[in-house]
Design a protein around this ligand. Structure first.
Ligand code: PMP
Length: 429
């Protein structure tokens, strides 16, 4: 098919009329589909059903160091859970603090602690003026939600397939002492599924921040979430690289088992240097006597070890890979060659990043909604919900069934074509 830009006004008008009819047909079907959030499907959740059987009333609930997991105690996690979570990200168990059920919660707590208590005994961020965070964009809306909540000024940094624009990161971090942090999802970024290159990770580790209380918020949420459509991606270990670079304390790494087992009932962890871990544990000891050790034990008994977890992730991949492939092949079929959109083809994670022509994303999402298909709100992938070019849309193919997804994808490509044709027609008028 001809690129829309090369069509005459008449051709484009005929195309728009055809698309409008297709759109009205979908609207008449009273669809109720959702491609908005990165949630596992019910069949993925079924993979972890056995979690409910590993602990029974007559199970031995003593962990390997002899602690009775039914009782109070153990601030930073039972040893076998630390080992399992450390293994997910290649950290050492002693670098890990096991928290509760959500890594987002750990990130919120971490920003809150830096704000009111400061970093390693330094002045609280909140007393230093208008502190700033760098936000690679497009990015994860809930990260931006945390920093917005605390009144942190957010600065957009463009993403590339190798990670954030590091020239910009280095400049801002080294020049401005009010830049206190950066949000990073280093592997299978949300939403594009990009993977930080070794050079990017090394440049992060070698940053020379103007602020000594600057921290990299390294959210390794998708560390083992490969689609197995080719070689699984590998990234350098940021904790090791920071240590080598003489910056051991500069990073907080986050991980969780949310999309490994049951989101909301997994376990989360923070990994960091000895100094950071010691300082965080001091604050944490005031906050809690300890997190859910029974859940920690349940995870360890279910998986055995990291190899068991990897085998489990391959089963997830077998369920979600066909969904990514279906959505991508429908976009290639319906949008390929039209020169109105671009999208990523990730090797892992939960999302596909989609860019329409500038000025079209809001309208596409609104049209989808009108036809009964919910997408992540346009703008959500940017701080303050402002996509300066109004073109990025996050596609989340995992939750619907494959048939629902295929239908939603067809509605999507019709909406993208319709909105693009309308826009180009208006420009040609
Ligand atoms: N980080 C990223 C990048 C995510 O995409 C998500 C979930 N969508 C989370 C964190 C949330 O993780 P948790 O369930 O551990 O709070």
């Amino acid at each position: 098919m001809k690129a829309y830009k090369d069509m005459t006004r008449e051709e484009l008008f005929a195309e728009k009329e055809k698309l409008e009819a297709m759109y009205q047909d979908y609207k008449g079907q009273n669809l109720a589909l959702n491609m908005s959030r990165g949630k596992p499907s019910a069949s993925q959740l079924d993979l972890s059903k056995g979690m409910m059987d590993v602990l029974k009333s007559d199970s031995n609930l003593t962990c390997e160091d002899g602690t009775d997991c039914r009782n109070y105690g153990v601030l930073d996690g039972i040893p076998e859970a630390k080992r399992l979570l450390a293994g997910m990200i290649g950290a050492k168990p002693e670098q890990v603090i096991v928290y509760g059920n959500s890594s987002l919660n750990v990130m919120y707590d971490s920003v809150a602690r830096c704000m009111y208590e400061g970093v390693l005994g330094g002045k609280p961020w909140a007393l230093q003026g208008k502190v700033k965070f760098l936000c690679p964009v497009p990015g994860y809306d809930r990260h931006f939600g945390i920093t917005e909540h605390f009144g942190v000024e957010m600065i957009n940094v463009p993403m590339t397939p190798d990670g954030p624009d590091m020239d910009m990161v280095e400049k801002l971090v080294s020049e401005d002492p009010l830049v206190k942090g950066i949000w990073c999802v280093p592997k299978y970024t949300n939403p594009q599924g990009y993977v930080y290159s070794d050079e990017t990770v090394r440049r992060f580790a070698n940053l020379k921040p103007a602020a000594e209380d600057f921290r990299i918020f390294w959210d390794n949420a998708y560390c083992i979430h490969h689609l197995y459509n080719g070689e699984p991606a590998q990234i350098l270990n940021i904790l090791d690289e920071c240590e080598k670079a003489g910056n051991p304390d500069m990073v907080y790494e986050f991980v969780s088992t949310s999309k490994v087992v049951f989101p909301g009932s997994g376990m989360a962890a923070l990994a960091a240097s000895t100094a950071n871990v010691a300082s965080i544990k001091k604050q944490m000891a005031v906050q809690t006597i300890g997190h859910d050790k029974v859940n920690q034990l349940r995870h360890v008994r279910f998986f055995g070890d990291n190899e068991g977890m990897e085998a489990h992730m391959k089963k997830h991949a077998d369920l979600i890979r066909p969904k990514f492939e279906a959505l991508i092949s429908i976009m290639e079929e319906d949008l390929g060659g039209l020169d109105i959109a671009e999208w990523t083809n990730p090797k892992g994670g939960y999302f596909i990043g989609f860019d329409s022509m500038p000025g079209c994303a809001k309208e596409i999402v609104a049209k989808m909604k009108e036809a009964g298909v919910i997408l992540t709100g346009a703008g959500a992938t940017f701080p303050y919900h402002i996509d300066p070019q109004d073109r990025n849309i996050r596609l989340a193919p995992t939750f619907p069934t494959i048939d629902e997804l295929k239908l939603a994808s067809r509605v999507f490509t019709v909406c993208v074509r319709l909105v693009s044709a309308e826009k180009l027609l208006a420009e040609k008028a």
